[in-house]
Design a protein around this ligand. Sequence first.
Ligand SMILES: Nc1nc2c(c(=O)[nH]1)N[C@H]1C(S)=C(S)[C@@H](COP(=O)(O)OP(=O)(O)OC[C@H]3O[C@@H](n4cnc5c(=O)[nH]c(N)nc54)[C@H](O)[C@@H]3O)O[C@H]1N2
Ligand SMILES: Nc1nc2c(c(=O)[nH]1)N[C@H]1C(S)=C(S)[C@@H](COP(=O)(O)OP(=O)(O)OC[C@H]3O[C@@H](n4cnc5c(=O)[nH]c(N)nc54)[C@H](O)[C@@H]3O)O[C@H]1N2
Ligand code: SF4
Ligand SMILES: [Mo]
Length: 907
Amino acid sequence: MNRPVFLSSEDVETTCPYCGVGCGMTVSPKIPSTKSDSFEVKVKGSSAHRANYGKLCVKGSSAGETVDFSGRMLHPQINGNIVDWETALNDVAKTFQKTISEYGPDSVAFYVSGQFLTEDYYVANKLIKGFIGTANIDTNSRLCMASAVVGYKRAFGSDTVPCCYEDLEHADLITLVGSNTAWAHPIIYQRIAAAKKKNPKLKIVVVDPRKTATCDIADLHLAIKPGMDAALFNGLLAYLYQQNALDLDYIQKHTEGFESALQKADELQGNVSDLATQCDLNETDLRQWLDWATYTPKMVTMYSQGINQSSSGVDKSNAIINCHLATGRIGKEGMGPFSVTGQPNAMGGREVGGLANQLAAHMDFNDPQNIDRVARFWQAENMAQQNGLKAVDLFQAVGEGKIKAIWIMNTNPVVSMPDADNVKRALEKCDYVVVQDCMQDTDTTRVANVLLPATTWGETDGAVTNSDRTISIQRQFMQGPENARPDWWILSEVAKRMGWEHAFNYDTAVDIFREHAQLSGFENNGSRDFDISAFANISEQEYANLKPTQWPVNAAAPNGTQRMFSDGRFYTPSKKAQFIAITPYSPLSQPTKNKPYVLNTGRVRDQWHTMTRTAKTAKLMAHKNEPYITLHPDDASLHQLSEGDLVRVSNELGQLIGRVEISRAQRRGDIFVPIHWTSQYASHGRVDSLVRAHVDPLSGQPESKHTTVKIKRYSAQWQGFILSRTEIDPELFDDDYWVKITGKHFYRYEIASERALKNAQAWAKTVLSSLENTEWIEYDDASCQQYRAALIKNDQLQKVFFMAADHKMPSRDWLGQLFSTSELSSAERRSLLAGKASGAKDPGRTICSCFGIGINTIIDAIEAQNLVSVEAIGQALKAGTNCGSCVPELTEILAVELNSGVSEKTG
Ligand SMILES: Nc1nc2c(c(=O)[nH]1)N[C@H]1C(S)=C(S)[C@@H](COP(=O)(O)OP(=O)(O)OC[C@H]3O[C@@H](n4cnc5c(=O)[nH]c(N)nc54)[C@H](O)[C@@H]3O)O[C@H]1N2
Ligand SMILES: Nc1nc2c(c(=O)[nH]1)N[C@H]1C(S)=C(S)[C@@H](COP(=O)(O)OP(=O)(O)OC[C@H]3O[C@@H](n4cnc5c(=O)[nH]c(N)nc54)[C@H](O)[C@@H]3O)O[C@H]1N2
Ligand code: SF4
Ligand SMILES: [Mo]
């Protein structure tokens, strides 16, 4: 059946499909009682889950709106033809077998994802490493937290996140480094904000070159020069020593390598004034943070992509960890170096060993005993003996023809890999590309030979592990498309057809989870941190009811483990933690005369990665709906750019076109572009086509936050927008700029061209292609380059097109609302080509997505009703009262209004 059907009418406890906070959710199915009744999935935060205690952010709370089957991949396909599963599975198995027998196991590869469920991940890893016989499996986690993994391993001898979320509530100082928590980990942000309210002593410091929405709760923002974090934390280490604030007893008992780490730090960053210059920081601010970090015992340092996505990402992590070790601030309440993960199961991927340089269950290839142990446990027939290729090298090898067959699952590398156009070319050239996705049309499915339709969130069961080691279950509550299958099932069926029936004979996800748990405890005896042997015999029923649990969970800790390293024992051979001497270095691309700008990239509040889920809902599209480029006002005036202009960003690898957003939140010389746009939603929006594939030498993680580019105004000869009840083929826009935006009952296209439009009416007739029996009303004024048209059928608005010399046309909101009415009133008809109801006000860009409240409405209310707090705005307009994701922006708007200052947007 290719429409969604619930399994039952009972509430289901599950886990959010999005970020690594790992919020628990209760899903309440609303079973349609009649055929025309709508299918509705209600979600609310589960109050019992210790990640979120009932809260959800705007993405999580809208998850129910994304489960319809629009755009889904519905059938297995080979070279564009629909085939049955048997044919597809045989084709994949045979082609992989043939390639391996001709060219050896290293001629094939898997590229997987931190959004895989643990069971999917486990099977993929077992198949390729234990049976195909190569470790050529890498994951998008390489782009995400590979540096954090290596940092932890260098320091602790294991990939262990020492902290838990409760530490954020116990801390008196939280330094957020390279983390836009407010947008990327909103529920953690809300926990920190609540902790601060409760404990006014708690200081928050944000270290980020940009002034982000997260800075709204910060006592101090250090707008660090991009890439200089290792220097900053070296500086802290030296300062701790200078202030006599070291925990010498801890250093002596539990660590090694302190002397050389301190010596290096003191030599290079021992002088605070010099350090301020190196990091381009105000010295007073820097001293303030150094003092807080020296004299506040309960300190958590939470870090994310500003640290990891760097050519010195591993060193940056160790520079942070060094400071915690030097003061013994680890393994104790309210303390620790806390790397937060981005994807819902980035941690599960690390557990199964899904990276090319991991083996399984927190064992590596560096010890032959590990290889032997895993081989015995799996009864592996072709055990891989060494690390495989990391993502950048892997796609390079695809391009060079060394990898002849690749199977990509649950990730969209043509969008998300650095040097993405080159990745695309490599895949186009590759003999055999299998893409397993739940969506039919992505940039990566477009270059596949074989497409395999997977089930997705809500349609299958599996485990995920969040940022603080909590394992929770994503549970099935609905039936997926008839021909979609769970990822683990597809992998197992191919494995069986390659001759390994006995090793992949799984009936359910629980069978796999049990095996994974058994491996974690196999010959472990306390030698490995990752141990969930308490689940080694878990029954179906127990799995179905599994409560969120923090690993390790074994005989010694049957209820899980909140915090690690409390006893000062680590997983290195000496059981002591390791200091690493750090020599900071700058990002690899440095600005030149021709490419003077540093391109920084990251996330927006309401979109998830390559938008395949979040762009389906109008609600999540309302906040930011076009690719944009944020730049400092001085850089904007240098290029004579105003807010809303189009600009072209380019370098030798590619180009991107987006809207100008001017903000003092941006440092001079740095520009920021969001990562989300793809070829399905924008003509020139894929930012990774510009990002150089420079990597950290130890982790192989790309420097996605630092590439040099030039910018140039896009000299639009005309601009326009279309609202249409049905989709429009972007091919009709030729090579012009276009962006597609999902509205409620319509699609919106923003268009611009560098070529003059000689005959607007003719263009409109082609692109809007009038249907039969449609009324076509228009307004044409060539003298001022204005053309407007509307198509109406049976009194219902079908399409509108507005064009003008520039972007300043009526707000799209009022016109958009008309698509929700089945019959236009005569007043609406009369106002159509004016684009607004007479006397109506433009609500402005959406701030609160839950209630659809725009910035102008908020400002008007603040002014008219003298509102002085975010709570008062909430009472007046409801804005910010549901999920709270927009509270940082409301705070900012309020601050600007109360100070009557110049509007400063945060990105
Ligand atoms: N809304 C939303 N939330 C998400 C995701 C999403 O797609 N959308 N994705 C999830 C995933 S997979 C991940 S990995 C996380 C990422 O979560 P975050 O890491 O918080 O998000 P980013 O926006 O990638 O980058 C964080 C910040 O790093 C800063 N930065 C850049 N260069 C430097 C530097 O040299 N030093 C420092 N200190 N900072 C720097 C950027 O300005 C940016 O504000 O988010 C997760 N949550
Ligand atoms: N410049 C720059 N580049 C970046 C980043 C950055 O900050 N800057 N961030 C990097 C980071 S941290 C990350 S995590 C990556 C994310 O980048 P990607 O992993 O490429 O992005 P997603 O959109 O999450 O891709 C997931 C794909 O899996 C599909 N899918 C969803 N559910 C399922 C399922 O159950 N099964 C299967 N088989 N498929 C499914 C979706 O439709 C989608 O096509 O981007 C990286 N790229
Ligand atoms: S913070 Fe938001 S996106 Fe992340 S897990 Fe929670 S509800 Fe989902
Ligand atoms: Mo990520």
